[in-house]
Ligand binder design. Structure first.
Ligand code: FEO
Length: 168
């Protein structure tokens, strides 16, 4: 049986994944407006990935006989100081999402819903990868400084391709 508390916290995650997708879409758009085409491509792809996460949760709630709720979400920021500050925000947000996933794991334990506990492990692993890839980007931004953003922008998408190949 699908417990109400599990359904509720999964619906909370639908809202958070939707906000993540919109946040990265907003960052992608800002990057495009400011001439960072590579960064914007990376963020558009990330926004798509977050949408896939929310679709995965919606599908799971409904499959278990629950009711997925498609929420209104808070509007994301539209202005960002520079790429480094922007990716620092991405990391903070992903750490928040990792905590949020851990809270789902905890509710599954309390409710003894070991089916959802097992299902949510995919998100636990995904968060490790997402945090790692953003930390790699921030490390590179720290190394190159403000003067070599052109090269960083040209090469950032290759980092995504490399990470996807490594986890395929
Ligand atoms: Fe779907 Fe990056 O959390």
């Amino acid at each position: 049986m699908f417990q109400k508390n599990v359904e509720t916290i999964l619906n909370r995650q639908v809202e958070r994944e939707m906000f993540s997708s919109n946040l990265y879409l907003s960052m992608a758009s800002w990057s495009e407006q400011n001439g960072f085409d590579g960064i914007s491509k990376w963020l558009y792809a990330q926004a798509d990935e977050e949408r896939l996460h929310l679709l995965k949760i919606v599908g799971y709630i409904n499959e278990r006989g629950g009711k997925a709720i498609i929420p209104a979400v808070e509007a994301p920021a539209v202005e960002f100081e520079n790429p480094k500050m922007m990716f620092a925000k991405v990391l903070t947000h992903e750490e928040f999402i990792s905590n949020s996933i851990n809270e789902i794991v905890a509710v599954c334990f309390v409710e003894k819903d070991f089916t959802t506990y097992q299902w949510i492990q995919w998100f636990v692993s995904e968060q490790i990868q997402e945090e790692k890839s953003v930390r790699t980007i921030l490390d590179k931004l720290n190394l190159i400084g403000e003067n070599n953003l052109y090269v960083f922008d040209r090469d950032i998408f290759a980092l995504r391709t490399a990470a996807e190949t490594a986890t395929a």
